[in-house]
Design a protein around this ligand. Sequence first.
Ligand code: FAD
Length: 510
Amino acid sequence: TFLGIFMILVLSCIPGRTNLCSNHSDTRSSLDSLDLEGYITFDDVHNASKDFGNRYQFPPLAILHPKTVSDISTVIRHILHLGSTSNLTVAARGHGHSLQGQALAHQGVVINMESLQNPDIKIYREKQPYVDVSGGELWINILKETLKHGLSPKSWTDYLHLTVGGTLSNAGISGQAFKHGPQINNVYQLEIVTGKGEVVTCSEKLNPELFHSVLGGLGQFGIITRARISLGPAPHMVKWIRVLYSNFSTFSRDQEHLISKKKGFDYVEGFVSINRTDLLNNWRSSFSPNDSTEASQFKSDGKTLYCLEAVKYFNKEEANSMNQETEKLLSELSYIPSTLFSSVVPYIEFLDRVHHGEIKLRAKGLWEVPHPWLNLLVPKSSIIEFATEVFNNILTSNNNGPILIYPVNQSKWNKQTSLITPSEDIFYLVAFLPSAVQNDLEHLLRQNQRVLNFCAEANMDVKQYLPHYETQREWRSHFGNRWETFAKMKHEYDPLAILAPGHRIFQKAT
Ligand code: FAD
């Protein structure tokens, strides 16, 4: 019978008993025979072999499409049972928008988290409202659902077609983080399947060590199957402002001024433009100049410019007071007056802005290309030295893609999560986001390395965000004095190092 075959396979796979499961096809059939509500596939591994970074290709042996949390637990327990007779590892795959193979499991099991739709998105309108979602849910779906109730998560990423589990494993940082902290600061509770196959609920009060470790924990301690996310009132509209600076110190001083205000903008970011032609004319399709004659006389060619981007949320009936507050805030800044542009758009259109860019790039075949991205967290005390060298000497253009730069203030962030940041309260997220479209991958990678070398030589307390390293020595240095705790938690919750092998932090015990 089916159960009989299953029992024979399970018994034969107990470590030390026999070597049967070291055989590839036996491993496969042992997975195939598991009693699941979802299902496992073996032949459609192409997509799960790569990620958005498009630089690494590692096919898994199998893909689990879980229907329930217990499907995930069953597969993990099975792999534990196989012990050292199998090399199987497990990677939760959210939307696969990692950059260096973090969601891959070479010859292991990839869990397609988006098929875990259980539970549905459930909204609770308490005094402090929240939403319960699956770890495989896309943020865009959460936004659409919560908006129906006039509510919204408070902290975002720039792009919403990412999963809850994927961004909570990193941090989830965007222009709201100075005010609300990153996404990992806006979670009340998680349900986790640990590397031992146990299903554990955790929060600040319940299993707090696991809760903090999983947030920003790069998927090392467990699989996030459910998350309870804090909500706030959703505005109808946003006023979206862009202004330019030619001087970096003035630009960064104004950004820091805006994030220090209690009643200021709701979103503050910025980007660098190196030697772009006709920058302002490119904006005109979606933004209006404050003074069109002056704006048309401004030339961006050959210059390095810094764009401050700020947004004020409002409801339709508050338009007048919002405009007054915005004018007042702008009067405190020292941007180039002719470069003031603004736009008024619905809240959802603003939040989902990168998706519009994606549609255009996909149409031109420019989305699925290599993305040698580099994200750094640079302390405030080093940012001018960093900008002077990187934007004037190391980079000669940003024709390959945007470079974001904006400060956040982590004084109110939860310091117990696994996220590693510089020690100063204020630091900048600097994101180099190029697409390699014309055989320029090697050049872009060399450029990234020059930036990293410069930071190391200048002894800046710079940390990588969405970190990527090849060796455990580098990982130890990334974590610094928090390495011991990270490794201890790994030993406790994933003792065989089965989970998230794509980060190359720990090796599966054999
Ligand atoms: P995946 O790539 O599928 O997985 C990422 C990692 O998380 C893997 O190690 C995986 O094993 C693990 N993981 C996935 N799901 C789970 C789970 N349920 N439980 C445990 N571990 C899990 N980041 C920002 O902070 N701010 C931004 O503004 C931002 N913008 C972006 C824009 C674009 C276009 C792209 C491609 C990425 C952006 N990112 C941003 C980075 C993004 O947050 C991370 O790459 C994130 O991991 C992607 O989520 P994903 O669902 O695709 O995860």
